[in-house]
Design a protein around this ligand. Structure first.
Ligand SMILES: [Zn+2]
Ligand SMILES: [Zn+2]
Length: 323
């Protein structure tokens, strides 16, 4: 399962309804903050998600509307929160800008929190038995911009009735088989994983893209994603403005979703000049499975279920999201 929470969905400057770019991806024990526009720490508090385990921050690129909140967030973490290290992942240019920002915020002295700067290059950033995080390049003005692909690995389900029939006892020995390793039972028989595992099923995939100047080069990365989130700053009425500033129109974003055959499209980074309906109408004409994100929207992606959309502020404490 993946949960994607939008904390800020406005482009360039905030509006009454929309804060500056920030989103959070939750998966098992992981939490990733993606971008951190000005005002993000208050949005995190209002969302009820809190700062716990928010050690990983991924930057799509280094423009100010995506990074200015990092100074305040680092200051709060250093002063009040029991977070010792904050890892900021981004392209070399974006990280350079964040370092400058931190220097201004904290002066010559160090921040009260260790900040680990991790330079992103295309490829795998994090990998465990069940999950993989990958970065891929995105074209956006002169920045070195990245999109992120959150992937559950394909799995073969464990078939307890088969294990039972073969006399494989419950406990760690079953875990070995699930992890693809053959085992030897107490009576000397050897059991192969194949004997207790079903057909491989593919995992869910969530692709998050921030600002982008073109989409034709993103089809392969978005292909088959269960959920694609991408900017839609303008509508076709201002296609030339979009092109001049390295941004997309709603219909370009929807074109990508259709070409890539994604399950659902969620648009964010909306210019204050437009309301959600204008963006949605244009995109849905090209790709019907489209939503326009609002601040505090939580999209929940669960295998075999339709995408769910709820207001993150209405979630009860102790719910999956606050784990
Ligand atoms: Zn932006
Ligand atoms: Zn930008």
């Amino acid at each position: 399962m993946f949960e994607l929470v939008f904390l800020g969905t406005s482009a360039s400057a905030p509006s009454v309804q929309r804060g500056l770019s920030a989103a959070m991806v939750l998966h098992r024990e992981y939490r990733f903050l993606i971008d951190c526009g000005e005002g993000t720490q208050r949005q995190i508090l209002r969302s009820g998600l809190g700062f716990k385990r928010l050690e990983r921050i991924l930057l799509t690129h280094g423009h100010l509307d995506h990074i200015l909140g990092l100074g305040g967030l680092a200051s709060t973490f250093g002063r009040w929160e029991a977070i010792e290290e904050m890892a900021i992942w981004g392209g070399a240019g974006a990280l350079g800008r964040v370092r400058e920002l931190m220097r201004v915020v904290f002066g010559a002295g160090e921040a009260n929190i260790r900040i680990a700067y991790r330079t992103v290059t295309p490829g795998v950033l994090q990998d465990d038995e069940l999950f993989r995080l990958r970065a891929f390049p995105v074209e956006h003005r002169r920045t070195e911009a990245f999109g992120y692909s959150f992937e559950e690995k394909p799995r073969r389900p464990f078939l307890p009735e088969r294990a039972e029939a073969l006399g494989v006892p419950a406990g760690p020995i079953r875990r070995e088989l699930v992890n693809g390793r053959a085992v030897t039972l107490a009576d000397g028989r050897s059991i192969r994983p194949d004997e207790v595992l079903g057909e491989e099923t593919r995992g869910l995939r969530l692709v998050f893209i921030g600002d982008a100047g073109r989409v034709d080069n993103l089809v392969a990365e978005a292909a088959g994603a269960d959920l694609l989130a991408i900017e839609a700053t303008y509508t076709e009425e201002e296609r030339d403005v979009a092109a001049a500033f390295g941004h997309l129109t709603a219909s370009q974003a929807a074109w990508l979703a259709r070409e890539a055959g994604v399950g659902h499209l969620v648009l964010h980074h909306i210019s204050r000049r437009y309301n959600s309906k204008q963006i949605l109408d244009e995109a849905a004409a090209v790709f019907p499975g489209t939503s326009v994100a609002r601040d505090f929207d939580l999209f929940r992606l669960v295998k075999g279920k339709p995408l769910e959309r709820v207001d993150v502020r209405e979630r009860a404490e102790g719910d999956a999201v606050t784990r």
